[in-house]
Design a protein around this ligand. Structure first.
Ligand SMILES: CO[C@H](O)c1c[n+]2c([nH]1)[C@H](O)[C@@H](O)[C@H](O)[C@H]2CO
Length: 445
């Protein structure tokens, strides 16, 4: 097929600090809420923690060499806030910053554009103990951290992401308690979400004062499709669309929350002042899109406050996460962004799949299902590009098998398998496929 991907299209892979680095307390780093959460019995499958992870903290240059072998033109990673500011504020830990400076310099030496995420869920414990994202000062804490990192790295990092998936920080973190800090409270999520949006806006303002490149935010998006044409399921899909897809983006772009949220949260939904809403209106320079699957939704009065649940289709291919393989949903999502938010610049900042990969044979791991998943989703991205979406890059989640949050190491998304014993990296056939895609500028799909 004729490759619609422009020559300057960025082909990347994505990771995050707590999931790959290991050594969470090394060289003066302060603990994060994920360090505490993972060490809390019962929170993570297999009692796994990020203490070693992929040992990227000691193997970063080896991993950059793998990225160069793939031919990546970009690498999306996150900085651990607690490595830079062990107490979350105040004293800077130069050894923590040094690690990220070495990583960025190595990327640039290999012609790989760094795409740095400031926050990928690992809030310093010291700030959590001051209320964390519930504290109205949290946006100022974040802006201080962001400014520290911008001053150190903006001369070498051209693409910045403030927050990874504020919805996941808010809902699994504060409503259903699946992820750190594990709160289950109807009244906390609306305030946490608003503080996250204020934090994004304050970081962008700080960036405008001293940065020279581009900054945005990465959101998890999934089209919501009713499980049946019944009015109840149609209404449930609309509510879940507001709850997942529109909550943060409408706030960022329009400076208003979807009206459904007041219905969903009821008395737990605060009155936000016009001044506060004006402050959160901050679309940035691009939107990062994390896409994995769609939501098939049925009405569920037994599941407040949404009264809607995502169901697993019985007649579709599923990944190891029980997520439906649904590449057309990526095209749908990209076209929806084009139409709803006036065709903003987009990067696919995460797309990938977990499958139960076999052991390596002759140093290579056969993962045909991941090859098929990536091929179908890159094609879906191409279809959106051909329809005028301003798509500028694609990042596979993930470069390496890594710590998959509450699933521990049981769910593997990597292009490279990481040996559970000695952390040796071994390529999967999806890495070979992706290298060919990059070499052919997308024609190989
Ligand atoms: C519904 O999936 C979310 O968009 C999502 C999926 N994922 C993510 N967000 C996170 O950003 C990553 O840290 C996860 O490792 C990755 C795989 O689970």
């Amino acid at each position: 097929m004729a490759a619609p991907f422009p020559d300057d299209f960025l082909w990347g892979a994505a990771t995050s600090a707590y999931q790959i680095e290991g050594s969470p307390l090394a060289d003066g780093a302060g603990p994060s809420i994920w360090h505490r959460f993972a060490h809390t019995p019962g929170r993570v499958a297999g009692h796994d923690t990020g203490d070693l992870a992929c040992d990227h903290y000691h193997r970063s240059l080896e991993d950059v060499a793998l990225m160069a072998e793939l031919g990546l033109s970009a690498y999306r990673f996150s900085l651990a806030w607690g490595r830079v500011l062990p107490e979350g504020r105040g004293a800077v830990n130069s050894r923590g910053l040094d690690f990220y400076e070495r990583l960025v310099d190595a990327l640039l030496e290999h012609g790989i554009q760094p795409m740095a995420t400031l926050y990928h869920w690992d809030l310093p414990v010291a700030l959590h103990e001051r209320g964390g994202w519930l504290n109205p000062d949290s946006p100022h804490w974040f802006a201080e951290y962001a400014g520290t990192v911008f001053r150190a790295l903006d001369d070498r990092v051209p693409l910045w992401i403030t927050l990874n998936e504020p919805w996941v920080v808010t809902v699994p973190g504060y409503l259903d308690g699946q992820l750190a800090p594990g709160h289950r409270d109807l009244f906390e999520p609306p305030r946490v979400a608003n503080h996250l949006l204020l934090a994004h806006a304050e970081a962008v303002a700080a960036y405008r004062a001293l940065g020279r490149h581009r900054i945005g935010l990465a959101v998890n998006l999934e089209p919501q499709h009713p499980a049946s044409p019944s009015p109840a399921d149609l209404e449930a899909a609309r509510r879940r669309d507001a709850f997942i897809n529109r909550w943060f983006l409408d706030a960022l772009v329009f400076g208003r929350y979807p009206e459904e949220l007041a219905d969903i949260f009821g008395p737990a939904w605060p009155e936000f002042s016009a001044e506060s809403l004006a402050k959160i209106r901050c679309p940035g320079d691009f939107i990062g899109v994390n896409y994995y699957s769609r939501g098939l939704v049925r009405a569920a009065p037994e599941a407040p406050p949404l009264d809607a649940i995502r169901i697993t289709p019985t007649d579709a291919e599923l990944t190891a996460m029980d997520w439906e393989v649904y590449p057309e949903g990526l095209t749908e999502t990209l076209l929806w962004l084009r139409d709803r938010y006036a065709n903003p610049p987009l990067y696919i900042t995460e797309n990938g799949a977990a499958f139960d990969d076999p052991p390596p044979r002759d140093g290579l791991v056969e993962d045909p299902r991941r090859v098929a998943y990536l091929r179908a989703h890159i094609r879906a991205a191409a279809t959106a590009l051909e329809q005028g979406v301003d798509l500028r890059g694609y990042c596979v989640w993930s470069l390496l098998d890594n710590f998959e949050w509450a699933e521990g190491y049981s769910k593997r998304f990597g292009l490279y398998q990481v040996d559970p014993g000695d952390r040796t990296r071994r390529p999967k056939t999806s890495a070979c496929f992706y290298r060919e895609v990059i070499r052919s500028r997308g024609a190989a799909v």
